[in-house]
Design a protein around this ligand. Structure first.
Ligand SMILES: Nc1ncnc2c1ncn2[C@@H]1O[C@H](COP(=O)(O)OP(=O)(O)O)[C@@H](O)[C@H]1O
Ligand SMILES: [Mg+2]
Length: 357
């Protein structure tokens, strides 16, 4: 039997962990802490804890209390802001080790609670499915009309506009497939997963937005081109990002609206569902807009069906988004303040099925 070495154990702690010296200098931190803080261990070590958490902060108090009394101190549900990052709720643990040194552990509360909520949304979304089946039936007829018109248009427009008619037809086909699935199964989960390039999906969603509801918006992109494929149903995933872009566009001002779509690889993010293997969710897509922000009284309910602040809103967009993301084994999070609303989607990488050679 070989015992794991210190480095392995330290790296395996799934929560941000920092070792702090008697004078509050940061000695080292684990991988989760690097991810949490967006700062590498090299940049961090040797610096004073207070440069990151702020003079007089709760974290400082907890660390110093643990050191002074040589005990372990826990505070629950503390807003921790690291450097300039948005404050996030954490349980803060500080344990005195030796010679005034302290082990600081942060336990982010957001994810577990959001997971919990996203599971509830899944069942909430189910109750919508009966209605979806009825709608599917009603969608077929107008869709056939639109398709016919698009085909006629495609024959007469010039080459520049061909791209647009193709887009219309692509989207019509997508709606058609969606309607098929809803009718056949009454459930979206049965669609097969394939390897999907997330940038193709995002480009398509963006293009559809630019010629439609988001004409007034300036888009910027920060894509990580080395991103591996995601395991997904491409139609469903398109739907997710179109819904998110639509909400973002609807929230932005008519003049000066902007949306940033960013992709990144985050190796440290893992998610454990009750009774399942931990799954790593390294693919991150964030959609940030400079709109009004989510009304505070809605923020905890936006993923529930029929929750909407819009006069003609259905309140179904985000409920479907959260259901599809959950069905893909992913997570969606949201942070909002006036002028900056961010939806972050975390997804698993595509893996070759074992049956395929
Ligand atoms: N990017 C955003 N900025 C501001 N508010 C948002 C944003 N995305 C969603 N919301 C809020 O969440 C609510 C629910 O969104 P959604 O489920 O898509 O329904 P709908 O768009 O039909 O209202 C919206 O009505 C809005 O209040
Ligand atoms: Mg919407």
């Amino acid at each position: 039997m070989t015992e794991p070495n210190f480095e392995t154990l330290w790296g395996a702690i799934p929560y941000p962990a920092f070792a702090i010296d008697a004078d509050n200098t940061l000695l080292t931190c684990n991988g989760a802490a690097e991810f949490f803080s967006g700062t590498s261990v090299r940049q961090m070590s040797g610096k004073n804890l207070l440069t990151f958490v702020g003079e007089g902060s709760v974290v400082q108090n907890v660390v110093e209390q643990a050191r002074r009394d040589a005990v372990s101190v826990v505070l629950h549900g503390i807003e921790v802001s690291w450097a300039d990052s948005t404050p996030r709720q954490n349980d803060v643990h500080a344990t005195s080790i030796l010679n005034g040194q302290v082990l600081l552990l942060l336990h982010p509360r957001g994810l577990a609670e959001k997971m919990d909520r996203s599971l509830t949304h899944r069942s909430a979304a189910r109750s919508v499915e009966g209605m979806a089946a009825m709608l599917a039936h009603e969608i077929r007829n107008p869709l056939a009309g639109i398709n016919g018109a698009a085909q006629l248009l495609a024959m007469s427009v010039n080459e520049d506009d061909q791209e647009l008619t193709e887009l219309i037809q692509d989207e019509i086909r997508r709606i058609g497939r969606l309607v098929d699935r809803v009718e056949q199964f009454g459930d979206l989960r049965l669609a097969p997963r394939v390897a999907v390039n997330i940038h193709d999906i995002l480009n398509r969603a963006k293009r559809a937005a630019e010629v439609g509801f988001a004409e007034h918006v300036r888009f910027s992109e920060e894509f990580d081109p080395s991103l591996p494929p995601v395991s997904a149903d491409p139609d469903q995933l398109s739907q997710v990002f179109q819904n998110l872009l639509k909400n973002a566009a609807e929230a932005t001002p008519k003049v000066g609206g902007s949306i940033t779509v960013k992709t990144a690889f985050r190796s440290g993010v893992r998610l454990q569902m009750p009774g399942q293997q931990p799954e790593s969710l390294p693919l991150e897509v964030t959609i940030t807009d400079n709109g009004v922000g989510i009304p505070e009284e809605l923020i905890n309910d936006i993923f529930d069906p029929f929750v909407s602040s819009k006069a003609a809103g259905s309140g179904l967009g985000l409920s479907l988004v959260s259901k599809i993301i959950a069905d893909h084994g992913g997570v969606i999070e949201c942070n909002s303040e006036p002028g900056k609303t961010k939806f972050k989607v975390l997804l698993p990488i595509w893996r070759k099925p074992l049956t395929e050679s």
